[in-house]
Design a protein around this ligand. Structure first.
Ligand code: NAD
Length: 256
């Protein structure tokens, strides 16, 4: 898909990966709806993006992806402003094992909700324009990760859900592609963790000191690949600090 004049909806767009993706697609001539539960941060980001890319090309909407009707209203606001949505990035997420139900509700419930909403809107066989749905999973969703098992499971669900929909033959006529983005650790606010948010934080910290983080730029590269390469469907795009961006089409990877 060429991004010029397309409309991209990004949950968790106020900061981190989401904000960086918004910047990148605006540079390619797209329009963006930044949707986030953090209102001050979201409005500040939208202002910044409007200053660099034009006030009419950026919208901020307050959105909690764990609340179906709020999420639906946010999506409707984007459609009402821009006419349609061509790319849906279900990217909002948290890492907090203390509140595993809420974590699941955001990380997987939000993705499921956003995917179905975007799919109903985009389906070409039902009057839409087609499109791409990009769901942020994690490498932690492909490999067991003992420091945050419920988070890892939520991300595994994202990958599996996305790849399963991508296999549905109806998606061809619908002209919808679905892709998962699976970054390794990256230095964003997500990893500013209080000790009790994960299991054995001291060990996690020790391991992360040895690991090459992936960069936010590499993650953006993966998002752009997912949007622009029309041959990619059902794929998990992995991003590892050392190896960079890789396309992997896989069933869940067996445990070593
Ligand atoms: N940073 C990493 O190491 C890493 C690695 C793999 C995957 N991820 C995933 O990438 C995605 C983006 O995370 P990030 O690293 O940019 O972190 P981040 O904390 O900077 O950004 C996450 C954004 O999601 C928003 N958000 C949280 N709950 C929400 C809700 N209920 N509704 C709407 N928005 C909500 C936050 O306000 C924030 O703006 C997340 O899904 C995360 O799980 C991150």
């Amino acid at each position: 898909m060429q991004l010029k004049d397309k409309v991209v909806f990004i949950t968790g767009g106020a900061q981190g990966f989401g904000k960086a993706v918004a910047e990148a697609v605006l540079k390619k001539g797209a329009k963006v709806c930044v949707a986030d539960v953090k209102v001050d941060q979201g409005e500040a980001t939208a202002k910044e993006l409007q200053a660099s890319s034009g006030a009419d090309n950026v919208l901020f909407v307050k959105c909690d992806v764990s609340d179906a009707s709020v999420f639906e209203d946010a999506f409707k606001a984007a459609v009402s402003k821009f006419g349609h949505v061509d790319v849906m990035c279900n990217n909002a997420g948290i890492m907090d094992e203390r509140i595993w139900e809420k974590q699941l509700e955001i990380n997987f419930g939000g993705v499921l909700r956003g995917t179905m909403m975007a799919m109903n809107h985009m389906r070409k066989d039902k009057g839409g324009r087609g499109g791409v749905i990009i769901n942020t999973a994690s490498l932690a969703g492909l490999f067991p990760t003992y420091w945050f098992p419920a988070y890892a499971a939520s991300k595994s669900a994202v990958y599996h859900f996305t790849a399963s929909w991508a296999q549905n033959p109806e998606m061809k006529a619908a002209e919808i592609r679905l892709v998962s983005i699976c970054p390794s650790g990256a230095q964003t606010a997500l990893l500013d963790l209080a000790d009790d948010q994960i299991i054995n934080p001291a060990h996690f910290k020790q391991v992360m000191e040895q690991v090459v983080y992936c960069t936010v730029d590499q993650v953006v590269e993966a998002f752009l690949l997912a949007m622009e390469d029309d041959t990619i469907n059902g794929t998990a795009i992995t991003i590892k600090g050392k190896e960079g961006v890789e396309k992997v089409k896989l069933s869940l990877v067996p445990v070593e």
